[in-house]
Design a protein around this ligand. Structure first.
Ligand code: AMP
Length: 522
């Protein structure tokens, strides 16, 4: 399939438009049955979630109708909504389920070729979100919850030796803290969880002693995972993007066990599979599967020649970005991803930035870079989630020398002060001396290398960076806050940059500041 990605893309678009041509949204765009990419691009506008919100809301409110898709949508997914601070509704259907399984099967096949698990099994940690119903009666949960609930899920996972080991009651438990079982303590109060687990857990003092001995023999928990599971082949999970910060910790627990980053997708639809599982997570790429959606890419860097041309034809300059097709992307360039999905999204700006690292046959292999709008900016400066992560990594080296680590971090642009300045929030594993934290604060300030930032700092158009150290447990409070809004632990992403409208998260952060420092680096 990847050998002929261009044609597969044409066919995929044709299939999507044929199946959904009768939907109200497409009917109004004047395609008149045409399914070729050229007509599609000419008639269908690029949209954001905000543009589609009224359509999705009508789907959620009912009654069932052919609004975005030919067949009415039956489930709603709640995306994590990390950026806006509230979950977004996106449509979910059987076709999206099928593409999910395809991605799972594909990456499993590549993984199993490199790391065969033979008769082994996978121990999976999966958690659903709190289920709810929309006004129109549609089931609403996170996309992963919709996947776990689907009748096809269990059989498909069995076929790839990845059965779930927890009873459904635990996976779908009303409170995830109670799903983290072990000894069935009095803390587990939901009777459904108690009775499901009571059937499985028997006291086993010898095993308990063995585990105790093994754990006592570890130095600072290094290599815990292979100690408890001596036959473990690898550890699999999303380890790129906003998860990259946790890699160091995971590697510590994993010892020599290989870490494999899982696939790239979103509630809106899947994008690529990790087909090079031996590559370490820091360098993982995702090969786009050309039949799971129709993909376009907005180049972030308009090439110089085009700019000159635009000047000549000044009257024709259009502000509308010009996306390129899947097979037209260039190695080394960065793009914003546009998805046309099997679940009723057409030319939808996903909001992710990716970099093309190479090709697998004729389909690109993408590296996830960052979310487009998670951006620290006061005036002419632009720092992305990735820039923030690099700055934090650099400054964290200073506390690593003191045998401490940054458990989690976030950021915010404070425009209440004049001039505005960056605020970085850190939760640290223990007490660190003020002098070291002052150095960390200076190091953070110096580590944002963006020319706009450096020049603004030099003339004090951006104020000194502020490092706020949080009390232990603050990020758990943020997790709990999102779970309360309907997020699922399996899909939760720590917000790395908190906007001014995300009041609740900002309040949690600001209410838990133990100490704060201002940079003297400039
Ligand atoms: P959600 O819809 O809540 O599942 O969030 C989807 C978003 O998570 C994507 O748009 C990406 O920004 C991010 N994401 C998903 N998969 C990956 C991955 N493999 N690496 C990095 N970020 C990812």
């Amino acid at each position: 399939m990847t050998k002929d990605a261009e044609n597969v893309q044409r066919e995929t678009l044709k299939k999507i438009l044929e199946e959904n041509g009768s939907a109200e949204y497409l009917q109004n765009l004047g395609l008149h049955g045409r399914t070729d990419p050229e007509s599609f691009k000419a008639c269908v506008p690029l949209v954001t979630h905000q543009d589609l919100e009224p359509f999705i809301q009508r789907i959620a409110d009912g009654p069932p109708a052919s609004i975005l898709t030919g067949k009415p949508i039956t489930n709603i997914s709640l995306s994590s909504g990390t950026t806006q601070g509230k979950p977004k509704f996106v449509p979910f259907n059987d076709e999206l389920m099928e593409t999910t399984l395809q991605i799972f099967r594909t990456s499993y096949a590549f993984r199993n070729r490199e790391f065969p698990i033979k008769n082994g099994k996978a121990l999976q940690f999966i958690y659903s979100s709190k289920p709810s119903r929309t006004k129109g009666g549609l089931f609403a949960g996170t996309a992963t919850t919709n996947v776990f609930r689907n009748s096809q899920f269990k059989n498909a996972m069995k076929a790839m030796q990845s059965q779930c080991c927890s009873p459904d009651e635990v996976i779908f438990a009303p409170d995830f803290h109670q799903s983290l079982k072990g000894v069935l303590s009095s803390r587990i109060t939901f009777s459904s969880v108690r009775s499901a687990m009571a059937k499985l857990l028997k006291p086993n003092p010898e095993l308990a002693d063995l585990i105790h001995r093994k754990c006592s023999g570890l130095s600072n928990w290094y290599g815990l995972i292979p100690e408890l599971f001596p036959n473990v082949k690898y550890i699999y999970g999303i380890m790129t993007g906003s998860m990259e910060h946790y890699l160091k910790k995971l590697r510590h627990y994993a010892g020599d066990v290989p870490l494999l980053s899982a696939d790239y997708g979103s509630s809106e639809g899947w994008i690529g599979a990790n087909v090079n599982p031996k590559v370490p997570p820091e360098s993982t790429t995702y090969a786009v599967l050309p039949n799971i959606g129709y993909f376009e890419f907005i180049p972030l860097k308009v090439n110089a020649e085009e700019r000159v041309q635009d000047k000549v034809d000044a009257s024709f300059i259009s502000m509308e970005p010009k996306p390129v097709g899947l097979t037209e992307v260039k190695v080394g360039e960065e793009y914003e991803v546009i998805v046309t999905s099997v679940a009723g999204l057409y030319r939808y700006r996903l909001g992710d930035i990716v970099k093309v690292m190479g090709f697998h046959n004729s389909t690109p292999e993408l590296k996830f870079v960052c979310r487009r709008n998670l951006m620290l900016t006061v005036n002419i400066d632009k720092n992305t989630e990735k820039d923030l992560q690099l700055a934090v990594e650099e400054a964290a080296k200073l506390i690593a020398e003191e045998k401490h680590e940054v458990i989690d971090f976030s950021s915010h642009v404070d425009l209440w002060t004049e001039p505005g300045h960056y605020v970085i929030f850190w939760e640290i594993s223990g007490e660190v001396r003020d002098q070291v934290l002052e150095e960390c604060c200076n190091c953070l300030d110096r580590s944002f290398l963006d020319a706009g930032y450096v020049s603004s700092r030099k003339v004090n158009a951006i104020g000194p960076l502020e490092l706020r150290v949080l009390r232990r447990g603050t990020f758990h409070k943020i997790l709990d806050h999102y779970l309360g809004l309907g997020a699922a632990v399996s899909q939760f992403k720590t917000p790395r940059c908190v906007g001014p409208r995300n009041h609740k998260v900002l309040e949690i952060l600001c209410d838990n500041v133990a100490k704060s420092y201002f940079s003297t680096a400039f």
